[in-house]
Design a protein around this ligand. Sequence first.
Ligand code: PLP
Length: 396
Amino acid sequence: AVNPLYTNLGPATRFLAERFQHIPVTERSQMISMAKGIPNLINLGRGDPDLSTPPHIIAAAKKAMDEGKTHYTDWAGIPELREAIAAKLRKENGLDVDPSEVLVTVGGQEAVFLLMFSLINPGDEVIVPEPRYTPYDTAIQVAGGKMVPLITRPENEFQIIPREVEKLITPRTRALLVISPNNPTGAVMPKERLEELAEIAIRHDLIVISDEIYEKLTYDGFKHWSIGSFPGMKERTFTVNGFSKAYSMTGWRVGYVAGPREVIAAMIQLKYAVSICTSSISQEAALAAITGPQDCVIETARIYNERRLAVMQRLDQLGIPYVVPRGAFYIFPDIRKFGLTSFDFCRFILEKAQVLLFPGTAFGEAGEGFVRISLLAPVEQIHQAFDRIEKALSVL
Ligand code: PLP
């Protein structure tokens, strides 16, 4: 029984409670709890790199601790890191960014939350490509906004089609979200489509939130572009990025957002109220990551590519269609031919093959008929998983 003291929780908590009763996140957590205790489980569901943080980054954190860098830092982040991030964004992404326009956050996730709480007024609409990374809609809706799904489709390689964005724009549209490379589809937006999106954003006076957390993980020569670097976009783009994926640093919790100074200033105040600052030690580690040798990132992308090719080869052998992922570390194959819902398919694979996959519906209704396979297990394990999947599917 619920203590009557707690029957009337605040709107954010209420929203989440309702949400968790029936939508995507539950499917993911249901799969995870069903997977608990399954012997010899192979986890191809995870979004957390299995690779270790490179040693020079760990060494920098240890050094920081030994040197007593264990205090609160500036709310917006240590100046050296903000400078290094601004320099990186200028050099690699063509963004015109000053350190004062950078906020270091507790992962990209905190940046998303602070952004939505800073930008959104009740009723404001944010266009979110679906299948989608669901924490965004939590942030949008808890901030009082309305999430407007924009369905991306396999026939378009899960890319955002600019004219479809235009159809969803209303007088209440405040922002458009772009996640490229994408989780869960692996889609990478080509420059021409991003330019068209930029043109639409300018014409309709929209804000663009560009999540570039997987930027370093692209394949087949596909290049990542930052929409904020296109003419007229600086004043309306917030670029979210972080260290979790490229440097295998999920547990360190460091990300950042760069954008127009007046909003960053407001976000810094909000950040202070939420968490004061990002961990001093993790920021020193992030500084070593961003200013140190980058061969670890190239090696990480090489490893994921090898795994990607292995999964693609096995899917080809099974005759399971998929859109070739050009970035991130996921594949989003189409399992409709098996006649099961995504959830039932994943449950079947979990029970019969002891392999954990995530149902596409964990990423919104548009994910029905698809599953997300992550590339976060060694090649041998991927083959082992597919040997089992193949055997399980042979009885269907
Ligand atoms: N954005 C996307 C698209 C993600 O997939 C993730 C994590 O999976 C995040 C943001 C959050 O990453 P972090 O908070 O670890 O930086």
